[in-house]
Structure formats: structure tokens, C-alpha cells
Design a protein around this ligand. Structure first.
Ligand code: ADP
Ligand code: MG
Length: 265
């Protein structure tokens, strides 16, 4: 199963991606998180793993990816083959391009824009799409793509190769608008679509649900403020959580009963 985690910046995509991976792992699945965010660097630390070398570094950075693209998408496909010992299996990707948490969650990082003038993330988005399209998964493997805040990945069609899209929202109008747009994309592509509203104070949960409903959006789970999450993000240490994880586990149960992967091989 391939899952895209999308939504407004700061809504909790990275935190939720890690909790999703843990919940899938607990169910006996083998999750991999693909970090697609071109600027934030904390995902491996929060997940509790070493930082892997970025896949873009394989090409010598983002500019190298751009050059490879100019040579044709085949060049990207060839590189994915080389990284995975010609098998195209995500399980065959080796260090330094993957790292693992103690409990076996794989972490892959597409690439970071570190220098001024390195330009937009388009080549990295196209590379992610190529990855999702070409990586083979078995039926116990799950890829969770932690996207960046923008919608550039939508423009580049990354969602096309996902089996489900999860929209993460915080309780803001901006988030509601973004979720509306993501739902349109999911509907157009015929993808399963899930909505998580995160960081919702208990006393306004009903109001928040009503505001989403008014726009034709039904939240699948509503996550309250979780002190442990806040603390670990502040300290930059391995993510801890309490209530949030319980909610995410419920969503994973639902997904496992509803999403069938197109791409099982
Ligand atoms: N359920 C939660 N309870 C408390 N704080 C949260 C929760 N979810 C996220 N956060 C806070 O929000 C910040 C942004 O989360 P993050 O996952 O990095 O967002 P995104 O990846 O969407 O930009 C975190 O650094 C953390 O402080
Ligand atoms: Mg993030």
C-alpha cells in the first residue's frame, strides 16, 4: 500500500507519518517512510533513526536530479534500479540510502534544498513520482510519503501512484480550504481519501467537526493536543505520544479494511 500524507505546513504531517508507520508496524506490516519535504530535516530523528543519505545525493544533489531528468526519466528509473540491487524492491535498498528504526521502520529521504538559489522542488517531486511508480512492494509493505507543505507534488502528479491520500489539517480555515482541494484531487484520481484534524482542543471538537461537515468533509479522526508530541518536537528527540497514537491506530484499522493496493507484486 502506498499512502500520501498531505496538508498545510505545520498541521502535523511529519508527526502523523511516524505514528502511522508505528501503527502499521504494530499490526505486523513493514512500513517505509519517504521524506519528501525539501526543507525540514527532523523526520529521521523524530522517528528514532539515523539520517540516511538523500536519494538526490545519489545524483550529486538536486541539480544532479535535474540533469538526470533532462537525460530522460529512464535515467531516474535506472538509478532506482541501481540503489535496489536491480530488483526495484524497496526492501533491497541498502544503506546509506535507507536507515531503520529499532523496530524496523525504513526511512528514505528524497532530497533537501540546502543552498540559496537551488531553486524549486520540481525535480525532487518528479523523482518521488518515479520512485512510487517503480518501487515494488509486497502485500505486507507500506510506503508512507510525508509530503512538503506546498501543493507542488499535486501539480507533478505524485498522487497518481498512491493508493490512498491522507489530508492532515489543523483547526484553521486555511487547512479546510487545502483539504477541500486535496479531496478534489483524490476524487478525480479515484483514490481513497482520509481526513485527520490534528491539535484540536477538546472544547471545540464539535464546532470543528461541524465546520468541516459544512464543506462536505467528514473527519475520520480528530486528534487532541498531545503534550508528549509537543515536548519531543521541542527537544528534537524520538517522538513520544499518548492520545494521538490511539487515534491513529483506529485510522490504520480502517485503512486496512478499505484500501486495496493496486501495486502488489
Ligand atoms: N497532536 C499534537 N499535539 C501537540 N502538538 C502537535 C501535535 N501534532 C503536531 N504538533 C506540533 O506541531 C508541530 C508541527 O508538526 P509537523 O508534524 O512538523 O507538521 P508538518 O509536517 O505538517 O509541517 C510539531 O513540531 C509539534 O510541535
Ligand atoms: Mg513535515
Amino acid at each position: 500500500m502506498r499512502v500520501m500524507v498531505c496538508g498545510k505546513g505545520g498541521s502535523g504531517k511529519t508527526v502523523i507519518s511516524i505514528l502511522l508507520a508505528r501503527a502499521f508496524r504494530e499490526k505486523g506490516y513493514r512500513p517505509y517512510i519517504i521524506d519528501m519535504d525539501e526543507s525540514n530535516e527532523l523526520l529521521p530523528v523524530l522517528a528514532g533513526a539515523e539520517k540516511p543519505r538523500t536519494l538526490a545525493d545519489y545524483f550529486g544533489g538536486r541539480r544532479g536530479v535535474m540533469q538526470a531528468l533532462r537525460d530522460g526519466e529512464d535515467r531516474l528509473v535506472k538509478a532506482i534500479g541501481e540503489i535496489s540491487k536491480r530488483t526495484f524492491k524497496v526492501s533491497e535498498i541498502e544503506r546509506p540510502y535507507i536507515s531503520y528504526t529499532d523496530d524496523g521502520i525504513g526511512i528514505l529521504v528524497v532530497g533537501k534544498i540546502r543552498e540559496l538559489g537551488e531553486g524549486c522542488a520540481c525535480p525532487l517531486n518528479i523523482f518521488t513520482r518515479t520512485l512510487l511508480k517503480n518501487l515494488k512492494l509486497d502485500d505486507r509493505e507500506v510506503i508512507i510519503v510525508d509530503t512538503d507543505a506546498g501543493v507542488e507534488h499535486v501539480g507533478r502528479g505524485v498522487e497518481e501512484y498512491a493508493d490512498a491520500i491522507i489530508a492532515v489539517a489543523d483547526p484553521t480555515r486555511e487547512s479546510i480550504n487545502i483539504v477541500k482541494n486535496l479531496k478534489k484531487v483524490a476524487d478525480k484520481l479515484g483514490k481513497r481519501f482520509y481526513i485527520i484534524v490534528n491539535k484540536v482542543p477538546k472544547e471545540i471538537e464539535n464546532t470543528v467537526r461541524e465546520l468541516f461537515q459544512k464543506e462536505g468533509l467528514t473527519p475520520d479522526i480528530v486528534i487532541p493536543y498531545d503534550e508528549k508530541i509537543f515536548q519531543s518536537c521541542l527537544l528534537g528527540s524520538k517522538l513520544e505520544s499518548s492520545v494521538a497514537y490511539e487515534n491513529v491506530k483506529k485510522l490504520v484499522d480502517k485503512m486496512l479494511s478499505e484500501v486495496t493496493s493496486r501495486c502488489v507484486s
